[in-house]
Design a protein around this ligand. Structure first.
Ligand code: HEM
Length: 143
């Protein structure tokens, strides 16, 4: 559910299909990310990094970071086959007005890798999440 401080958004259909991929087919992934607490730390670290990264911070200036943290935590938990549903918007809708480039996409992935390293997620498990996210590039990158 929405958290205190979240800004309202236009109505949309809530569905796990909005997460952009099916969960990983690996029962060890959720534990490898240290469960919901680990995912929460990774997402918070990721958002902290991208919002100060001079390559991309401007893109996040107008966004609702309370909502972004919540929906990213849900999405990662869902994709890692954890006990979550994703309630956010689909990847096209979430990124369509942002003019994101491939370089900017790669900058965010780099921050995610730092965040997963900091959490101590094994490299092979990191790569399985990255492999889930990589095809979403076509929905996120618009220029
Ligand atoms: C595969 C990579 C990515 C994933 C999985 C992802 C995921 C998400 C999610 C779950 C949301 C929130 C959806 C909602 O509010 O309902 C979101 C919003 C957003 N994303 Fe991404 N994202 C990705 C790449 C990027 C990149 C590369 C950038 C910029 C460099 C970016 C910038 C943003 C911004 C600024 C918002 C907030 C939009 C708003 O305030 O309306 N995202 N993203």
């Amino acid at each position: 559910d929405t958290l205190p401080g979240e800004l309202p958004v236009d109505p949309y259909e809530v569905s796990n299909a909005n997460a952009g991929a099916e969960p990983v087919d690996n029962p060890d992934m959720f534990a490898a990310f240290h469960g919901q607490a680990g995912i929460d730390r990774i997402v918070d670290d990721l958002v902290d990094r991208v919002t100060v990264d001079p390559r991309i911070e401007e893109i996040f200036r107008a966004s609702d970071l309370v909502r972004l943290r919540r929906t990213l935590k849900e999405q990662f938990c869902y994709l890692l086959d954890g006990p979550c549903d994703y309630t956010g918007r689909d990847m096209v809708a979430a990124h369509k007005d942002q003019g994101i480039t491939t370089r900017e996409f790669n900058a965010l992935v780099e921050s995610l890798q730092f965040a997963m390293d900091t959490e101590g997620v094994p490299f092979a498990m990191q790569n399985k999440l990255i492999a889930k996210l990589a095809p979403m590039k076509r929905d996120v990158v618009t220029r």
